[in-house]
Write a protein that binds this ligand. Structure first.
Ligand SMILES: N[C@@H](CCC(=O)N[C@@H](CS)C(=O)NCC(=O)O)C(=O)O
Length: 140
């Protein structure tokens, strides 16, 4: 059984991290048996981020590394594509991860009307008065 260390679900998504959702999709597509282990604080993770997978006792951070680990176990995520088509797919994925994701971050963290909702969902574990104080400092 593979364990996926992931941020918890929020709104209508199985995790509020798109990278954690990617890892979940990869595990499903690979047909692996897996279970989530929810974390709110990624600071002690190998890269200080989530997702992280535990596969046969190995700790694998980063959705890209998780993808490669699943491919090494036989998963085929681009069946029928030529090497050139796979390279294009990789480029599109990287564009979304490295550039478009900043749009998502901006919408969540910088727009006051969105932030008021996001803050209360992402930091729900904190009592409200502390949450407003702490998250106000995080944002500034
Ligand atoms: N390249 C990494 C990116 C993972 C990532 O940026 N995760 C974010 C959440 S979306 C994170 O854990 N950030 C640290 C934090 O929220 O404190 C991957 O593909 O897994």
């Amino acid at each position: 059984m593979i364990t996926l260390l992931t941020f918890p679900a929020s709104f209508t998504c199985p995790s509020h991290s798109p990278y954690c959702v990617t890892a979940m999709c990869l595990l499903q597509m690979a047909g692996e048996a897996w279970e989530p282990e929810f974390h709110d604080d990624p600071r002690k993770m190998p890269y200080g981020k989530l997702p992280v997978a535990r596969i046969d006792g190995r700790v694998i951070p980063d959705s890209g590394n998780i993808q490669r680990a699943l491919e090494a176990r036989g998963a085929e995520f681009y069946p029928g594509l030529s090497p050139l088509q796979k390279a294009h797919a990789h480029a599109v994925q990287r564009m979304a991860e490295e550039s478009l994701s900043f749009g998502l971050i901006h919408e969540r963290w910088m727009r006051d009307e969105n932030w008021a909702v996001v803050r209360d969902v992402f930091f729900a574990a904190m009592p409200r008065p502390i949450r407003v104080f702490v998250t106000g400092r995080i944002r500034n």
